[in-house]
Design a protein around this ligand. Structure first.
Ligand SMILES: NC(=O)C1=CN([C@@H]2O[C@H](COP(=O)(O)OP(=O)(O)OC[C@H]3O[C@@H](n4cnc5c(N)ncnc54)[C@H](OP(=O)(O)O)[C@@H]3O)[C@@H](O)[C@H]2O)C=CC1
Ligand SMILES: CC1=C(/C=C/C(C)=C/C=C/C(C)=C/C=O)C(C)(C)CCC1
Length: 317
């Protein structure tokens, strides 16, 4: 149970990846400032978390079952927390989906929205009223850089993250009146099971109904580029946990938090040209003309982010 002065943190989707890393980092906080309730839809998958948490398990970390797609599971879980008191809610549970839209089933698309959008909404609906009443709380959503900028062949996944961004951006304004803070964490690619599941899914699916030309673009242009981008720009779940902890501990937590300075220029294109043409045409060019030399584009991106290109341009000697 939480002790006096500890902040109670409930995290969804802690069986792997980012959720697991955040749970471990907060539960192992040197000053023991957090009492973490790590949740997952199937407690049979708890071993990795328990092992990574070490002696924090049973002290500053406890586990509960929670499926964000079920009203009953969400209510049961929150009701079982002492006084339903949650200081920080971290909506992390999420699933990916890639491929040509015409080759994806409506069921697969709905599952993405059920988890990434309605799952987070269901959690917020259950936890937020208590926070408002107490005039205190912090709601965090592990969104994505794809919640700000669409990426080819990720149409439905990006839409689910845009949806949760729109929902939270609207809600954040009202919540200010109740001293409840809202923050989005927006990672680019991160090496987790998400990446493995995506590539495994792609190798199984046939995308029936997709014309050969589109399938060719997907398989020979997009997939190799995406693999390069994960390899060249991918962060670790611990990087995202560190960024999330910093946001939690900030006296004035920002609403938007891009986690990857190397990916930031990709999102910045959107703000550089409000018509949207710059980003659409740049990504078209990167995908279809630079696909084969994506590693060169990534090096340029890295140099843009670290500033060395600018420095070289200013003093060319
Ligand atoms: N990896 C990446 O490149 C990026 C990921 N993100 C976002 O980060 C979040 C975490 O993903 P990541 O750690 O990478 O991927 P993982 O696949 O490693 O983790 C996803 C977690 O969500 C859980 N989950 C899925 N559906 C449900 C559900 N209905 N109820 C409860 N939990 C569920 C999974 O549980 P189970 O084990 O039961 O399947 C798993 O614990 C997601 O929201 C994702 O969109 C954002 C940007 C980049
Ligand atoms: C192919 C391709 C791109 C791919 C980006 C990818 C694959 C990003 C993945 C992000 C993830 C996985 C976010 C999770 O939420 C760019 C860089 C836009 C440039 C144009 C070509």
């Amino acid at each position: 149970m939480a002790t006096e002065g500890q902040r109670v943190v409930l995290i969804t989707g802690c069986s792997s990846g980012i959720g697991l890393a955040i749970a471990v980092m907060l539960a192992r906080d040197k000053m023991k400032r957090y009492y973490v309730i790590g949740t997952m839809r199937d407690l049979k998958r708890k071993d990795k978390l328990v092992e990574a948490a070490g002696d924090a398990y049973g002290k500053t970390l406890s586990l509960l079952t929670l499926d964000v797609c079920s009203d009953e599971s969400v209510k049961q879980c929150v009701d079982s927390v002492k006084d339903r008191h949650i200081d920080i809610l971290i909506n992390n549970a999420g699933v990916g989906l890639v491929g040509p839209v015409e080759g994806l089933s409506m069921d697969d698309m709905m599952k993405v929205f059920q988890t990434n959008f309605f799952g987070a909404v269901r959690m917020i609906k259950e936890v937020m009223p208590d926070m408002k009443r107490r005039r205190s709380g912090h709601i965090i959503v592990i969104s994505s850089a794809m919640g700000l900028q669409g990426v080819v062949f990720n149409d439905v996944y990006a839409a689910s993250k845009f949806a949760i961004e729109g929902f939270c951006e609207s809600l954040a304004i009202q919540l200010l009146k109740f001293n409840v803070t809202m923050s989005m964490i927006e990672p680019g690619p991160v090496h987790t099971e998400f990446e493995m599941k995506m590539f495994a899914d792609v190798s199984k699916k046939e995308y029936v109904g997709t014309d050969p030309e589109t399938l060719h673009h997907f398989r020979t242009c997009y997939l190799p580029s995406a693999a390069n981008i994960f390899q060249g720009l991918g962060q670790t779940p611990e990087d995202i946990a560190k960024c999330t902890k910093k946001v939690i501990e900030s006296p004035q937590p920002p609403f938007r938090n891009l986690t990857n300075p190397l990916y930031t220029p990709i999102v910045a294109l959107k703000y550089a040209d409000e018509t949207g043409s710059l980003s659409v045409h740049t990504f078209y060019y990167m995908l279809y003309n630079l696909g084969g030399v994506m590693h060169v584009s990534l090096s340029i991106l890295k140099c843009l982010s670290c500033g060395c290109l600018r420095r070289r341009a200013i003093s060319p000697t």
